[in-house]
Design a binder for this molecule. Structure first.
Ligand SMILES: [Fe+2]
Length: 308
């Protein structure tokens, strides 16, 4: 059976007339996997499912990862990661953007980028959704690459880019800091949120997607720090900074983005080897529950830079 798909704004597709409770045979499974590889962002609306079914469905796309933080996983379903807005968590994730307090805003990123081995993908399902705000943005980096001019594409073949893990948004060199003020409890170092201190990682500015072979622009603004040894590509440091600024302006173009406004029962599956994502965040005190399952990756795309 051929699945009906509808293009979303700019990038990604909605799989319409899909009922996750139906029997999913092998032909349908491979169709779902090819849609995921082709479009990177798949939206399914109005799905009436429980955690068990979400886990089963997610396994179609590969083995699932267990989240390392026990307090955010379900005791019954260790594959299920629960994203819940609650007062204790809000304290640390609240900051001011142009005078407005926002909880949980996140810049464009690939999950686990800082390990060199980003996970393969993830599925989010809205259980309780915010009445407004709380959008999740996705960017198709295959399309972002394709839209570059030929000279930039050629230059990027010679470029490797380093990312520095940080919990202090002010230390991220390429995020938009205009109008940003950290909150009184915003973390200033990884240990504040019980994270290890990950060493820097470097990625080719362009990678070949391990499953599709298509070229992906491997630039996101979160943690982006520098071009590694720019002189090897014939660039002085100033030119390398200009290049990253230009690439960041490029990836922020709405033509590569889809922002999902959640309704209960919506599911979004994305390909984390291709698409970056972004969270707009919510106002403080907004109840929101998202169940997440994560598809483990088996490819190393970046390299950890030596720490000594
Ligand atoms: Fe994320």
């Amino acid at each position: 059976m051929a699945l009906a798909i509808t293009p979303l704004e700019n990038v990604g597709v909605e799989v319409s007339d899909f009922d996750i409770t139906q029997t999913i045979d092998n032909a349908l499974k491979s169709e779902l996997v090819s849609l995921w590889n082709k479009h990177a962002i798949l939206v399914f609306r109005g799905q009436n499912i429980d955690p068990k079914r979400q886990i089963e469905f997610s396994r179609i796309f590969g083995p699932l990862a267990l989240h390392p933080l026990k307090e955010t996983t379900s005791a019954e379903y260790p594959e299920l990661f629960m994203l819940v807005n609650e007062p204790e968590k809000e304290r640390y994730h609240t900051a001011s953007y142009n005078g407005e307090l926002i909880v949980g805003r996140l810049d464009w990123h690939w999950d686990l980028l800082y390990t060199g081995k980003p996970n393969r993908g993830a599925l989010l399902r809205s259980v309780v959704c915010a009445e407004e705000d709380g959008l999740t943005g996705f960017a198709d980096m295959d399309k972002a690459y394709a839209a570059l001019d030929t000279d930039t594409k050629a230059l990027l073949e010679k470029i490797e880019v380093a990312y520095c893990f940080s919990m202090n948004r002010r230390h991220m060199r390429y995020v938009d800091l205009e109008g940003y003020e950290p909150g009184p409890h915003s973390p200033t170092k990884p240990a504040d949120l019980n994270y290890p201190d990950f060493p820097d990682v470097a990625y080719p500015a362009v990678i070949s997607h391990p499953a599709t072979g298509r070229k992906i622009l491997k630039i996101c603004d979160q943690f982006l720090d520098r071009v590694v040894a720019p002189h090897k590509a014939g660039l002085c440091n100033d030119e390398a900074v200009d290049l990253l600024e230009r690439l960041v302006a490029h990836i922020r173009k709405p033509e590569f983005h889809y922002f999902h406004r959640w309704n209960e029962g919506d599911m979004v599956l994305w390909d984390n080897w291709n698409a970056t994502h972004y969270a707009t965040g919510t106002k403080p005190g907004v109840k929101r529950v998202i169940h997440r399952t994560t598809i483990e990756g088996d490819a190393t795309l970046g390299r950890v830079l030596e720490t000594s």
